[in-house]
Design a protein. Structure first.
Length: 303
């Protein structure tokens, strides 16, 4: 069991699942508090890294493409404070963070978890019913029906159409875009048989977002919907959605020396380095004789 407790939250790893519990401090982002506890199966993990810093470091988890509906919706656009797969680490807990990383990486190696895309959602998405208010309206989702209601900031033509109810079966796709600079963001539902090119402030199937703190909550609702749409790979739903787009900064994370067996075509030197690393883990007592033998055999097959 590996565990790290910080004001920002608590991460626990039991060899099969990473449990992420957000902190209760007021500074913890509203999106993370809304999501609550997350259980990330090891099979959904592509890599993990600890990034030390002068004042504080960061523990960051990278998931496989297609594994999580929230990351599919966010497409790398969540602010760092709202990202549930990042944990701020105090300097005096850096050693604990490194140990946590080693434990996850060793498990990825021993279980030979692939780092490539997943053909199904491995996380179920946010729980429902769920509601969020931001921008020019409120969106509610109960698992079967999406309801859009308007407020005093809504454009008159859009408001005159009245509240909208969309059956999940009629929704073709979902798109969340945060505000950027002077441009508003939006949450849009594309409906079968009723496509529109109207801007979000005039689209009765979209919420126009103004760039306020609660805007990311619309991504949570979007993820809950996407989690119940067919997976883009065509493998169906796990209680879940489309393919996960990797955040640009997360994509750059190294999977680490123990993040899995090298892929076909990995160079000879990399395989030799992996064997040396396995030997060091074995001598340090981290790997048992049987675990070392199995992991070494898996590497040798790649020569």
């Amino acid at each position: 069991m590996a565990e790290i407790l910080q004001k920002d939250g608590t991460w626990t790893f039991d060899g099969e699942t990473i449990r992420i519990v957000p902190g209760s401090e007021r500074g913890v982002h509203v999106l993370r508090r809304t999501l609550g506890e997350l259980a990330v199966p090891l099979t959904a993990v592509a890599g993990i890294a600890h990034e030390p810093g002068r004042r504080s470091g960061r523990l960051r988890l990278r998931l496989r493409d297609g594994a999580d509906p929230l990351l599919q919706v966010a497409r790398g656009r969540l602010p760092d404070a709202a990202d549930p797969y990042q944990l701020t680490v105090d300097p005096d807990r850096a050693g604990v963070a490194e140990y946590f990383v080693d434990e996850v990486r060793n498990a990825l190696l021993l279980d030979q978890v692939p780092a490539g895309p997943s053909d199904r959602y491995l996380l179920p998405g946010p729980t429902v019913p769920l509601s969020a208010a931001a921008g020019d309206g409120t969106v509610t989702f109960d698992g079967e029906c999406i309801r859009l209601e308007w407020n005093w900031t809504t454009e008159e033509g859009k408001k005159s159409a009245g509240p909208q109810s969309l059956a999940l079966a009629d929704v073709r796709s979902v798109e969340w875009m945060p505000s950027k600079g002077l441009e508003n963001g939006y949450l849009r539902f594309t409906v079968r048989r009723e496509p529109t090119k109207a801007p979000p402030k005039h689209d009765p199937h979209a919420i126009d977002l103004f760039g306020f703190k609660k805007d990311p909550l619309m991504a949570v609702v979007a993820a809950a919907v996407v989690a119940r749409l067919p997976h883009p790979s065509g493998a169906g739903a796990h209680g879940a959605p489309t393919s996960l787009a990797k955040a640009p900064e997360a994509a750059a994370l190294p999977a680490g020396p123990a993040a899995g067996v090298p892929a076909e075509g990995a160079d000879h030197d990399a395989l030799l380095r992996r064997l040396r690393e396995l030997g060091e883990l074995h001598r340090a007592g981290i790997l048992t004789e049987d675990e070392f033998t199995a992991a070494k055999a898996a590497v040798l097959k790649r020569f």
